[in-house]
Write a protein of this length. Structure first.
Length: 414
DNA sequence: TGAAAGTCAATATC
DNA sequence: GATATTGACTTTCA
């Protein structure tokens, strides 16, 4: 459910409001209403491909709340789910915003992020799993697309209506503030708040922070202070940056690892060792290999940044967002780990289930399932490279973990 | 209590 | 206009 966001709540008349309405409270949860139709879909909006398997318990039928469903859910293949969702949305010209607000109770940016960089199931908290369960349910609903289309139409209608009325108002009312969206928190004009301007870090600052990160993924307060003053940033900005970067790097690494693992999905075997070593998957370092074109040495920071370790290029974080789980992101649901996927479940029901996810596991399945057109296999050299990287990563991660247990960063050994 | 996870929402980019 | 990125913030967890 949409969180009670700190400062801003959506304007009542913002599009979110309709979404909130439908997402809030699972009584009115779209999923609950979908659930009545949760059954092997009779139609496939995206064209007769594999269909959801691993059926989830039906909240409507079972009286389960979404949280309960999440808790009981078998391991889902987050990559396959997001891939499928993207596909359906694209095919039907449905936007992330509408989908997010209506189905997931999330904002567009969150949806984009989620779809592009899904975390493996085993790394998600219960809360983090919720959107995936919602997506799964949505995919299982044969009328999901229609419903969203309807919603889209309704929104458009409402928008037109608002526009019309604001137009006519602006004719009759002097001042013309009517109809203006006070987006965040629906403030009245008198309350025009003093919004904190968003900090936008320049490339140099980012570069410097990345280098500092390579030195110390967990900088000491002193280092943070130094960085902040040298870069002329607030310490909180530096702290936030490190938090965000660590977290985002980690997600990239998950994806890299999965790809490097040559198609072993996050779900397989209850999480492949390399993945499940989750802790081990939590490397906060770059890969430690000599990467092509490392970041140039930046001068003047005065914090002893070295460049000998091979930098985490932007590439690591930014250039591979396509990794969003399309290509080699296979992964089969591990039915054996599922308390729900009993003998009658779709596990092993060849082809019925989207989440049997045969799609990427073997080329022999390619013809009958959904091999992504968008997912050209990487060449073998890349794969080798990735495997190497993964191995290196694990090594580094291990050391990082050791290092992390030492309080004094100076004791960290790299 | 600090780090991670999760998310929002402003802004950039396509 | 839709999507991607990312700084900031809240919640969760160990």
């Amino acid at each position: 459910t949409p969180k009670t966001s700190a400062s801003c709540s959506p304007a009542p008349e913002s599009p979110l409001s309709s979404a909130e309405e439908s997402v809030n409270g699972l009584a009115g949860d779209p999923l609950a209403s979908q659930s009545s139709s949760l059954k092997p879909p009779s139609e496939d909006p995206s064209g007769g491909e594999s269909q959801p398997g691993t059926p989830l318990p039906l909240p409507g039928h079972s009286g389960l709340s979404i949280q309960e469903m999440v808790a009981m859910s078998p391991e889902l293949d987050t990559y396959a789910i997001t891939k499928k969702v993207k596909e359906v949305l694209t095919d039907n010209n449905l936007g992330q915003r509408l989908f997010g607000e209506t189905i997931l109770g999330l904002t567009q940016g969150s949806v984009s992020d989620l779809l592009a960089r899904p975390k493996p199931w085993h790394k998600l908290s219960l809360k983090g799993r919720e959107p995936f369960v919602r997506m799964q349910l949505w995919l299982q609903d044969p009328h999901s697309v229609e419903k969203l289309m309807d919603m889209k139409r309704l929104e458009k209608k409402a928008y037109m209506k608002r526009r019309l009325s604001s137009l006519s108002d602006s004719h009759s009312v002097d001042g013309g503030l009517v109809g203006v969206d006070y987006v965040q928190g629906s403030q009245s004009p008198g309350q025009q708040h003093l919004k904190k301007p968003r900090v936008v870090l320049g490339p140099e600052e980012k570069e410097a922070l990345k280098k500092a990160y390579q030195q110390k993924p967990y900088p000491s307060p002193k280092t943070i202070e130094e960085l902040a003053s040298q870069l002329n940033l607030k310490t909180s900005t530096v702290i936030n940056w490190f938090h965000n970067y660590r977290s985002r790097i980690r997600r990239e690494l998950f994806i890299e690892e999965i790809q490097a693992a040559g198609g072993l999905g996050p779900g397989s075997d209850g999480g492949s060792p390399s993945l499940r070593g989750s802790k081990s998957g939590e490397g906060d370092s770059c890969d430690g290999t000599e990467s092509e074109g490392t970041v140039e040495t930046r001068q003047g920071l005065g914090i002893g940044l070295e460049d000998h370790r091979g930098a985490c290029k932007d590439h690591d974080m930014e250039a591979e967002s396509e990794a969003g789980g399309s290509n080699n992101s296979p992964a089969q649901i591990d039915c054996t780990t599922s308390g729900l996927a009993g003998p009658g479940s779709s596990c092993g029901q060849g082809g019925l289930g989207l989440f049997s996810l045969t799609e990427a596991t073997s080329s022999s399945h390619a013809s009958s399932t959904n091999i992504p057109a968008s997912g050209p296999a990487r060449n073998p050299r890349d794969n080798n490279l990735r495997k190497k990287k993964a191995a290196n990563l694990n090594n580094i991660i291990h050391r990082l973990e050791k290092a992390a247990s030492k309080e004094d960063p100076s004791e960290w050994e790299f």
